[in-house]
Design a protein around this ligand. Structure first.
Ligand code: NAD
Length: 477
């Protein structure tokens, strides 16, 4: 799985993908350069008193583009965090937000740390200190820069960050909107934790609605019965694998984790594997499947759909030729390098690009930010009124049925489903589904209409860069 020496870095890969798209567009060279570059990166080194000594940590917050503010992007906690990585991820955020029409510029942050080495109290002190460093420079701010979870962070860290910001800005009535991905009790929104995985499911459903696209990937039919391999059973990979297997009939035949992989051609029980990992820290020792020590090799197993949902660069020039999947959906950011992308395209593998595939997170983050700014939960005003109107209709239908000579009844279950007004979770899922469908169609239109666009990734970049360019042009640039 390790990348050959001539493999471009993650940031170089993003730049090369950007260049491939702009070569097919009609932008002035000056505007092209303005959109490509990362506006700023702030590096912070701070000390925290821990275990009787002082430990120094390094963190980053990059702002790729401020054509719309606030800028948006997750905070990653990992030993692999570097300026290059954070800048690549910030650029992807700019294009992702433009593609799915969330009104944000692109940003990303990271802290070089292995969170597994620290207990909860230590993590809280480190996270709060990092948040303090960023907030005092407006790199956390509801109107300017709004972080979210990413690899190694989740609700817990977002709650600490929100609280830290509030302590520093006691009179800011919109303080809760300074970060998204918070727990419900701290101003979060229903459906945010599952959002990125849910978005992957909605993206796959939309792909399978277009038989022409399915045929391009050498498949037919629906998601039902399709064999899936997922890499990384963390937040994104777990929810994606769970939803497509439990709700769409797909079969998860391989799960790759940091300590190896599990394979079962009859289908793995995603919930059981997740439970095992939570208890034992990895997949090793799980009894109901074949264990493969060299997990990366399982990326090369036969399957219809490969869902890389862990790290960047895992499909590279070293293994791209051996990939047998018909379709790769990039749930992680940057899992396929520029070189591998070329090899896979020539092999006829269809790739649903990261910029679109994992946009469910930022989409629901947008809903959370709007909820925080409006200070009211979605559905609170209309739910019961909607239910009352539906009740009226059902009562009337039942009265007609009683009074008429025709003997008819409502289908079983209809009444319960119809009478239930939409709460926050239903509205969030509906908004996410709409976003994933619309964005796929925008990307697909370019893919189908233009002979010079061979793949969905280039199409996605063209749509996104076009929107960013329009935004800069309307500002007079
Ligand atoms: P996470 O930390 O919850 O999960 C990552 C998983 O990958 C963990 O289970 C970890 O054990 C596993 N892993 C680590 N090294 C591995 C290896 N070498 N091989 C296989 N598995 C390995 O992170 P996440 O939030 O699920 O993020 C995963 C990816 O999705 C990242 O690229 C992130 O940028 C992207 N993403 C996340 C979100 C979000 O809302 N969390 C949104 C958009 C994109």
């Amino acid at each position: 799985m390790s990348a050959p020496d001539n493999e471009p870095s993650f940031r170089e890969s993003v730049d090369l993908m950007f260049n491939r798209a702009v070569a097919l567009m009609d932008l002035s060279p000056g505007l092209e350069e303005k959109i490509r570059v990362c506006n700023s990166t702030y590096t912070v080194r701070f000390g925290v008193r821990l275990r009787g000594g002082i430990q120094t940590f390094t963190g980053y917050r990059s702002v790729h583009s401020e054509h719309v503010e606030p800028v948006k992007g997750g905070i990653r906690f990992s030993l692999g965090v570097s300026q290059d990585e954070v800048e690549a991820l910030a650029a992807l955020m700019t294009f992702k937000c433009a593609l799915v029409e969330t009104p944000f510029g692109g940003s990303k942050g990271g802290l070089c740390i292995d969170p597994r080495q620290y207990d909860a109290e230590e993590m809280e002190r480190i996270t709060r200190r990092f948040a303090y460093e960023l907030a005092k420079r407006d790199l956390i701010d509801p109107a300017q820069n709004v972080p979210a979870p990413d690899m190694g962070t989740g609700e817990r860290e977002m709650a600490w960050i929100a609280d830290q910001y509030r302590r520093m800005n006691t009179s800011d009535i919109n303080a809760a909107a300074c970060v998204t991905g918070k727990p419900i009790n701290a101003g979060g929104i229903q459906g945010r934790t599952e959002a990125t995985g849910r978005g992957v499911q909605y993206a796959l459903r939309e792909f399978f609605r277009h038989s022409e696209d399915v045929q391009k990937a050498g498949m037919e039919g629906s998601l039902d019965g399709k064999k899936v391999i997922v890499q990384g059973l963390g937040n994104v990979g777990y929810h994606a694998a769970k939803f497509v297997s439990e709700e769409d009939g797909a079969k998860v035949v391989g799960i790759i984790e940091h300590d190896g992989a599990l394979v079962d051609h009859d289908g793995l029980d995603v919930e059981a594997v997740r439970g095992w990992i939570a208890k034992h820290g990895g997949v090793q020792g799980y009894a109901d499947a074949e264990y493969v020590e060299d997990g990366g090799k399982v990326l090369e197993e036969e399957c219809h759909i490969l869902i890389p949902a862990a790290l960047e660069g895992v499909i590279n020039q070293g293994n791209a030729d051996n990939i047998k999947a018909n379709l790769i959906i990039e749930a992680a950011n940057g899992p396929v390098t520029f070189g591998a992308d070329d090899i896979l395209r020539k092999k006829g593998v269809v790739i649903i690009p990261d910029m679109y595939a994992n946009a469910g997170g930022v989409t629901v983050s947008y809903f959370e930010w709007v909820k925080n700014l409006s200070h009211i939960r979605f559905g609170r005003m209309q739910r019961r009124q909607e239910e009352a109107r539906h009740q009226l209709l059902v009562d009337e239908l039942e009265r007609i049925s009683r009074d008429s000579s025709i003997n008819w009844t409502l289908s079983p279950g209809f009444k319960d489903k119809y009478l239930k007004g939409a709460g926050e979770l239903e509205l969030v899922r509906s908004g996410l589904d709409d976003t994933m469908r619309q964005s796929y169609q925008a990307m697909r239109q370019v893919w189908l209409d233009r002979d010079d666009v061979e793949d969905l990734r280039t199409a996605a970049y063209i749509v996104a860069i076009g929107r960013v360019a329009l935004s800069y042009q309307s500002k007079g640039l």
